[in-house]
Design a protein around this ligand. Structure first.
Ligand code: ADP
Ligand code: LRH
Length: 497
């Protein structure tokens, strides 16, 4: 077709897609060229990403797009956060690409704090503490004498890695780098002092680049494989969550007194607000909220919540047992199950990387003195109710951090399609929920490419375009009081501030 499009490569922790987007009479339209699974692979006792398979699927998607559209304005990649690749002196992968769920990261916070105290790391980086953060993954590599580090010459985060494969240019994009816990959120520079204390080689890191940067055209090897020619690689907000937040369909910019929050709902739920400046204070440290970098200088003050991961992995467990259920089936059975039969903390340690999620839930029920779940519906319902309960406590923390009442919760991403979860979120939180767009991440990726190529001028203009282009669904709270008693029990059970 003669339409002109931008291409978003969007890699979530559970699936990837290549999406073409164009403008038609003031509206943005999307066309999914290719969608594929993304699943980490167990290699003995460790968990790796199949980056070769991902690259093959990206190439396939780009080929489909090149066949379909005459004019491709630009391409950009966003991915999940915190993970990285190391390249050696011959520009080859220095070792396997580890998944943040790799069990070797267990215990890395404690051993890390023995080297640099928690308060000092927080003051330097403003990030919430999670074993998965790149800083702690690299600390683990040092601790294990991982030979990869000895031969590594450069560090790239996942989006940067695919941009390098596309363009031949190495860059480290700012929003992604802000998830590493190695960057100063005020200066946006690497904290070399911190790296040195952890014996992480500082020579691996090059200066960060801003979203919107043009890396030049796709390189000849990509032209040969895909047929894309003369197509610039424009770096979006490569962190998927940063891209997703660009797509929140609001016209309200009040970064000092936010009245809305977002939940970017996929494998993880990232719940937070957009603010003008990082909040690096004692309350933020106590509540373990993070200050990640957003586009155009904003800060994403948010908390990681263990998301739909448990729900996804229950489905995988059932598939392994020969039972195939769709998301719709799961939601319907959840709705029919008895409320609050099992209270499940999405952030409990046993859910991080179990070989079988249903077994892990049964163990969890035993450990927490609850009845063993009866029937699949109870499992499905518990995974969703646990999220709504976690959102409720997180909302209270957010309001205390921003010292304002949050009126509206925007849910974007795959979870916005789960009407039952959206309604429970409205009920548990006692707030209006606005759900959509579902492909927020890819849309935000495209919007920043459009800003980079001058088709859009600002995030405000992008959000207006997104409001005009995609319908959102509103849920009003119905039964807030019914959540009070389970919320008390849940807070007593749950592990995280
Ligand atoms: P990620 O980017 O982390 O891979 P996504 O944003 O793609 O995640 O969201 C995936 C999740 O969206 C799935 O785990 C599933 O729970 C939910 N989802 C996707 N489609 C539907 C649907 N039709 N109904 C209900 N939930 C859905
Ligand atoms: C969501 C996400 C999140 C990170 C996690 C590793 O996809 O990028 O923001 O913390 O993955």
């Amino acid at each position: 077709s003669s339409q002109s499009v931008h291409l978003a490569v969007d890699l979530g922790a559970s699936s990837g897609r290549v999406i073409a987007a164009g403008l038609d009479e003031g509206r943005l339209w999307l066309n999914e060229c290719h969608r594929f699974e993304n699943e980490p692979v167990w290699i003995q006792d460790s968990l790796h990403w199949n980056v070769h398979g991902l690259w093959r699927d990206i190439v396939k998607g780009l080929r489909v797009a090149a066949d379909q559209y005459d004019k491709i304005e630009s391409v950009g990649v966003d991915t999940w956060g915190v993970d990285y690749v190391l390249l050696d002196a011959s520009e080859q992968l220095a070792g396997p690409v580890r998944c943040y769920r790799d069990p070797r990261n267990q215990g890395s916070l404690e051993s890390g704090f023995a080297i640099v105290p928690r308060d000092e790391i927080f003051a330097a980086t403003g990030l919430q503490f999670m074993e998965i953060n790149s800083l702690f993954q690299l600390h683990t590599a040092v601790k294990c004498n991982d030979a990869t580090l000895g031969i590594a010459e450069s560090f790239l985060m996942m989006g940067d890695f695919f941009h390098w494969l596309l363009s031949g240019k190495k860059s480290i994009e700012a929003t992604m780098a802000s998830t590493s816990q190695m960057l100063d959120p005020r200066t946006k520079q690497w904290r070399e002092d911190l790296l040195t204390k952890f014996a992480i080689p500082t020579k691996l890191f090059s200066p960060v680049t801003q979203p919107g940067t043009n890396l030049g055209n796709v390189q000849p090897s990509v032209v040969a494989m895909t047929g894309l020619d003369n197509v610039p690689v424009i770096v979006p907000a490569t962190h998927d969550t940063a891209s997703a937040i660009v797509s929140v369909p609001t016209d309200d910019f009040a970064p000092d007194k936010p009245t809305w929050c977002y939940i970017s709902s996929g494998t993880w739920s990232l719940m937070g607000v957009e603010v003008a400046q990082p909040k690096i204070n004692a309350l933020c440290a106590e509540l373990n909220f993070t200050n990640e970098g957003g586009v155009q200088g904003s800060t994403r003050l948010l908390k990681n919540i263990g998301g739909l991961w448990v729900f996804q992995q229950i489905r995988k467990s059932l598939q392994r047992r020969g039972e195939d259920v769709s998301w719709d089936d799961m939601v319907t059975q959840a709705k029919q199950a008895k409320p609050f039969a099992l209270l499940l903390d999405p952030d409990a340690g046993e859910f991080v990387a179990p070989h079988d999620m249903i077994d892990a839930i049964v163990d969890y029920a035993k450990r927490t003195g609850q009845a063993e779940p009866e029937g699949n519906g109870t499992l499905f319902r518990a995974a969703l109710e646990g999220l709504a309960l976690r959102y409720r406590s997180c909302l209270g923390m957010l309001e205390s951090l921003v010292e304002n009442r949050i009126e509206t919760i925007h849910i974007v991403g795959g979870g916005s399609l789960n009407a039952f979860l959206c309604q429970m979120t409205a009920d548990a939180c006692g707030r209006t929920v606005v759900a959509g767009p579902v492909e927020a991440t890819a849309i935000g990726n495209i919007a920043v490419q459009m800003i980079g190529t001058g088709r859009l001028q600002s995030i405000a203009e992008a959000r207006k375009l997104i409001r005009d282009s995609f319908d959102a669904v509103t849920y009003q709270p119905q039964n807030a009081a019914g959540w009070d008693e389970p919320a008390v029990r849940f807070d007593a059970l749950s592990s995280q501030a």
